[in-house]
Design a binder for this molecule. Structure first.
Ligand code: ZN
Length: 305
């Protein structure tokens, strides 16, 4: 295969994207313990939680407490999802140094819920950028459903470029393409990734795939071939999407690490430690998780020597 990277960076998002879709509320101490385990496994980027309204997302109500309990961890970026300026203020108060905003690429979804176009939503993030910069907090943005949405189907690439340009205009140049609806397909992912990398070389890109139709790992490979090297994953494949019926969780992080380990692509993360954490999470939640490697084990563990 051509053009595969020799190393990639994984962001573990299970404690945010995964847990926010679970009925079980994990105690703060458990979250901190799991976070310490993820750091020990080698993750250099972790999405810790979100600063949404506690009534809207009760599973994330203690994110501030989690940050305070964990303290600063040198060399590890601990990011949180935020909805608005209030989120930046909570980040300042609890010592969080990296926040991520989100907008939906679906015009219909955005107009219906917020009465704004996605570009207007992003323009409204200018005050968040100002507040974050004034407090030494790094800020990134994500675009959910950039490939397709349940309301309008495939999203034209020109629409995505227009949202990317709105982000760049407010000073956000780290951008995640987040296939929360799990509707992206590899050739489309390849084309979009190659195109945006070439057109906006100043930006740093993340890819975030839900495995709703089993295509997340193929989409990651397609994105790698287009030169992308930063991917989100969720240990155990935890998660879903509140807006899309029957949406599955993120691609399981250990499934991605397994592919990379077998293909000689460095992730810096110890798969055995991640599998242990996924087992712990499975026991805490009391149900099976959506991870091939957790079910089947690694191929190399089967080989009798
Ligand atoms: Zn997600």
């Amino acid at each position: 295969m051509n053009n595969l990277p020799s190393a990639i960076t994984l962001c573990e998002v299970g404690l945010r994207d995964g847990l926010q879709n679970e009925k079980t509320l994990l105690p703060t101490e458990k979250k901190v313990e799991l976070l310490r385990g993820l750091i020990d496994a080698g993750f250099k980027v972790i999405e810790v939680g979100s600063f949404m309204h506690p009534k809207a997302v009760p599973q994330m109500a203690d994110t501030d407490e989690v940050y305070k309990a964990l303290g600063e961890v040198p060399g590890v970026e601990l990011r949180a999802l935020i909805p608005n300026l209030r989120g930046v203020k909570r980040a300042v108060d609890c010592g969080c140094k990296k926040v991520k905003l989100n907008v939906s690429a679906s015009r219909q979804h955005n107009l219906k819920n917020l009465n704004m176009t996605p570009e207007q939503s992003v323009a409204g993030f200018a005050d968040c950028v100002k507040e974050a910069q004034a407090n030494g907090i790094a800020i990134s943005g994500s675009i959910s459903m950039p490939f397709a949405s349940p309301w309008e189907g495939r999203i034209p690439l020109s629409d995505i470029e227009s949202i990317i340009e709105a982000y760049l205009k407010v000073g956000i140049d780290e951008i995640s393409l987040s296939d929360t609806s799990g509707m992206g397909v590899p050739n489309q992912v390849y084309e979009m990734c190659a195109r945006v990398r070439e057109k906006y070389p100043q930006a740093s890109w993340w890819l975030h795939f839900h495995n709703t139709r089993g295509l997340a790992i193929a989409n990651i490979l397609a994105a790698m071939e287009a030169g992308m090297t930063q991917f989100d994953g969720s240990f155990g494949g935890l998660g879903g999407c509140p807006f899309v019926p029957n949406a599955a969780g993120n691609i399981s992080t250990e499934d991605v690490i397994n592919m990379c380990d077998e293909m000689g692509i460095e992730t810096g993360v110890d798969i055995v430690k991640v599998m242990e954490l996924s087992r712990t999470m499975r026991d805490l939640l009391g149900h099976d998780l959506d991870s091939y490697i957790l079910r089947a084990g690694r191929a190399k563990d089967l080989i009798v020597s």
